[in-house]
Design a protein around this ligand. Structure first.
Ligand code: SF4
Ligand code: SF4
Length: 378
């Protein structure tokens, strides 16, 4: 069943998305959602429903992403694109402190990031799960108050369940979609049929119920709820890729010397695209800079990748100098040792790393190949 079976559930016309954006803006939120830019569906500011990519879809496959025109006026007729919400919650580049030198020496000032209230509109179920995973990593009690926590506290989340999985999606096997798991303020299911186009909207929080109350529409009937559930059930049934998300953890731990690591290393460019688009990859590094006068210094935090040679640099040099060891580190951490570290898989099955790998390396294919018996031809 769809996850929006309980609580307040209303059925509204697709045009009500305009009202939703207006209500959120009136309540002080900066609204971010899917827009078309540079031939892809990315996150951008929404000021009205006109900013949404109406009737736009996307074809995805290993190493391939293309926008396409849909035959209908679906608002959310596509799966995830290259943007993930970590861009908003853990910015790519962020100033940590500045330092000024005067006669008495250096004075350092910590920077507090601006954290305006932001509404995320169109969070896919896999990305909702990815945010929960990043919470476990970046919002641990021992870290104290962090910019991440400050941002998290200011988010209003509108989840949109998936009716149109890409060929790269495998969230059903990861247990994260296409119906929404726990969390969020509102959950939307878009029903697009030849004679029906409506949004079934459920509230998941008090403030979600307040916003929903301003959207009009009618109470959802049992039939409406069943129609919404059918959307995600059909999407799950169409998904072609899958991973045994529990089983691969021990498989990877048992096979650090599998010949497949050499095979994939021969194809991998170590470009780091997969880690940049992955919604759960969280590594950052620190960069200190100074100006030519020597009186001004800055410390920046920026995204890092385990595919960078410098990532494992220690006194004697890089611990993982070969692409083979870097790819193995990435896949093994994400699908295996993440369980021991954070109690979940590090993968939510969004498929981004498959589509955005320039040479089309497919994690589902690599995982299926590890540990399989090979015939030796002499
Ligand atoms: S490893 Fe790939 S499929 Fe899994 S969450 Fe990251 S980008 Fe998505
Ligand atoms: S797997 Fe693909 S995206 Fe990831 S580092 Fe290698 S070439 Fe780049």
């Amino acid at each position: 069943l769809s996850s929006i079976q309980d609580g307040d559930v209303r059925v509204v016309a697709p045009e009500a998305v305009d009202d939703l954006i207006e209500v959120l803006i009136r309540r002080g939120y900066h609204v971010i959602g899917p827009i078309v830019r540079d031939g892809a569906l990315v996150h951008g500011e929404l000021t009205s429903g006109r900013d949404l990519p109406v009737g736009v879809g996307a074809e995805q496959d290993a190493g391939r992403y293309r926008l396409k025109e849909r035959a209908d006026r679906a608002l959310f007729g596509f799966a995830v694109g290259p943007s993930s919400w970590k861009q908003e919650l853990l910015p790519q580049r962020e100033l940590v402190w500045t330092g000024e030198r005067s006669g008495e020496g250096w004075t350092f000032t910590s920077t507090s990031p601006r954290t305006p209230p932001v509404a995320f509109l169109g969070v896919r179920p896999c990305d909702l799960a990815a945010i929960a995973i990043q919470d476990r990593v970046l919002d641990r009690q021992e870290l104290g108050p962090t910019p991440y926590r400050a941002r998290r506290d200011r988010i209003f989340t509108v989840v949109v369940e998936c009716g149109e999985p890409a060929a790269t999606c495998f969230c059903a096997s990861a247990g994260t979609g296409p119906a929404a798991g726990p969390g969020g303020d509102l959950v939307v299911t878009e029903i697009v049929e030849p004679d029906r186009h409506e949004l079934v909207v459920g509230a998941r929080s008090q403030r979600g119920a307040e916003v929903l109350g301003e959207l009009g529409g009618r109470d959802a009937t049992v039939e409406d709820r069943a129609a919404a559930a059918a959307v995600t059930e059909a999407a799950a049934a169409r998904m072609e890729r899958s991973v045994d998300i529990r089983g691969v953890a021990s498989l990877l731990a048992r096979n650090p010397e599998d010949p497949r690591w050499d095979d994939v290393a021969a194809r991998c460019l170590a470009c780091a695209n997969c880690t940049l688009v992955c919604p759960t990859c969280f590594c950052t590094t620190i960069v200190d800079t100074g100006d030519l006068s020597g009186d001004h210094a800055e410390r920046w935090s920026r995204w890092a990748s385990c595919f960078d040679l410098d990532f494992s640099h220690m006194a004697s040099g890089a611990v993982r100098p070969a692409t083979r060891s870097r790819y193995r580190q990435w896949l093994t951490h994400k699908f295996s040792s993440w369980w021991e570290q954070f109690g979940t898989s590090g993968c939510v099955g969004c498929g981004r790393c498959i589509a955005w790998c320039p040479v089309g390396i497919d994690v589902t294919e690599e995982l299926a190949a590890i540990g399989t018996e090979r015939e030796v031809t002499i």
